[in-house]
Design a protein around this ligand. Structure first.
Ligand SMILES: [Zn+2]
Ligand SMILES: [Zn+2]
Length: 433
């Protein structure tokens, strides 16, 4: 169901690649690809490739959910303190430290590059206590386990009624007693960074061997009853042949509930080089190829439509369909799995209201993380792209249902990563400079 209004060119806002100012921009089609055109009064005109495949880009744009107009009124030049993004949040992300015990060649947060302080438990608690709703809290960084007070922080956040997930590389989680401690503090979920099944892959993506670390961590988390999302960074030609094995690995492990795939793109620190960069569409193609069609691009596209219908029906922002985010559910069956959308004939979900509502409950409980034990046979795959500083569509980024907590309000991830990350949680003396 294409939205006829959506044809290129589209007006938006982006950043000047030179000074970082918010400037007007236009997304245009050229030769089947999409480029972004913009000009800065100081630094002149820019024309940069934004998306490889105009058809896929338009399909993603036209199937994204419409969000209330008031969410879109921010002009992005003054997001620190603008307060407009809080209403739409389903996941609150908190960078609890800039420190890391790895120095990965590619890191979208570019750790070790900035002088930053860790927000205190009191600061985090004060901000969370203001919430009337209870979005999921994703504790990230840096490497959150480098904070000595992480168990205490988790305990404080869960005591306010939030579900907490941490994003970790797993190095500290090789310690079984430490994992127990986190579980006792209330930790329900770990997003474990996981790039594949061999040390050759990790030497390239993480600068060291990590296979044994991942094995041990998965064992410890499983034993403690902590749910696992494998946070997989797709790297062209390096691990994009692992998807068949990766998906089987999830379906065969009772504690791995979600594969959250991001793509290596030129965001933050990227010393790996452009030849390894990939796109969400490349990942969807690789999944179709590597699973022999057991998962197809079309499954993701149909799930977009189902998600948007559920969003319209329930108003629940868990279902919101975004341009940059592809999702699907897999049902575990004897001898394999089946994408959940295939239980519905094309367009059938709309006619079958009962079926749609059952799916809403299932999908909702999976996305709500906390109710996961009721849906152990259904697992989630997501594929997400981060927008690059030079080509970011800020108006689209503004629709996001996630946001980073800062000392001055909440900012959607792609806006934070491209514009505001360097100016948040600065040490007092650095902030005065
Ligand atoms: Zn400029
Ligand atoms: Zn704003």
């Amino acid at each position: 169901m294409k939205n006829k209004e959506l044809v290129l060119p589209i007006k938006t806002k982006s950043l000047c690649p030179s000074c970082g100012a918010v400037i007007d921009a236009v997304m245009e089609e050229r030769g089947g690809a999409v480029l972004i055109r913009k000009s800065c009064s100081e630094h002149g005109d820019f024309e940069l490739p934004a998306h490889d495949d105009a058809g896929f880009y338009l399909e993603c744009l036209s199937s994204r959910s419409q969000v209330p107009q008031e969410f879109l009124e921010c002009d992005i030049s003054g997001c620190l303190g603008c307060g407009r993004h809080k209403e739409q949040i389903k996941t609150i992300m908190i960078d609890v430290t800039e420190r890391c015990n790895l120095n990965c060649p590619a890191c979208f947060t570019n750790t070790h590059s900035m002088e930053k302080r860790d927000p205190t438990i009191v600061e985090i608690r004060e901000r969370l206590a203001e919430w009337k709703t209870r979005p999921t809290v994703l504790v990230c960084g840096g490497e959150p386990t480098l904070r000595e007070d992480l168990p205490e922080l988790i305990r404080e956040i869960t005591s306010l009624g939030f579900v907490v997930k941490i994003a970790s590389n797993g190095i500290k989680l090789c310690d079984r007693d430490y994992v127990r401690k986190l579980k006792d503090a209330g930790l329900g979920w770990v997003l474990l960074q996981f790039d594949g099944f061999s040390d050759e892959i990790y030497r390239l993506t993480r600068g060291r061997e990590m296979k044994a670390v991942k094995d041990r961590t998965i064992e410890n988390l499983s034993e403690a009853g902590i749910k696992i999302c494998l946070a997989f960074m797709a790297v062209k030609g390096i691990n994009d042949s692992e998807f068949g094995r990766l998906i089987d690995f999830m379906m065969d492990n009772d504690h791995i509930m979600h594969i959250g795939c991001t793509v290596l793109a030129d965001v933050g620190r990227d010393d790996m080089g452009l030849e390894y960069s990939t796109t969400a569409l490349d990942v969807l193609r690789a999944m179709e190829r590597e699973t022999g069609g057991k998962i197809a691009i079309d499954d993701f596209m149909r799930t977009r439509n189902i998600g948007d219908r559920l969003y319209k029906l329930t108003g629940n922002r868990d279902f919101q369909v975004k341009t940059c985010f592809h999702t699907m559910l897999l049902h575990k069956r004897p001898g394999g799995y089946l994408p959940v959308n295939r239980y519905f004939s094309p367009g059938g979900a709309m006619r079958n209201l009962g079926g749609l509502l059952r799916l809403a409950l299932l999908y909702g409980s999976l996305r709500r993380w906390d109710a996961i034990s009721t849906t152990g046979k259904v697992k989630l795959i997501t594929v997400e792209e981060f927008r690059h500083h030079d080509t970011v569509d800020l108006v689209d980024a503004n629709r996001c249902n996630k946001a980073y907590m800062t000392e001055n309000g909440y900012i959607p991830p792609c806006i934070y990563n491209t514009k505001y990350r360097p100016s948040c949680w600065l040490p007092a003396d650095a902030a005065e400079k």
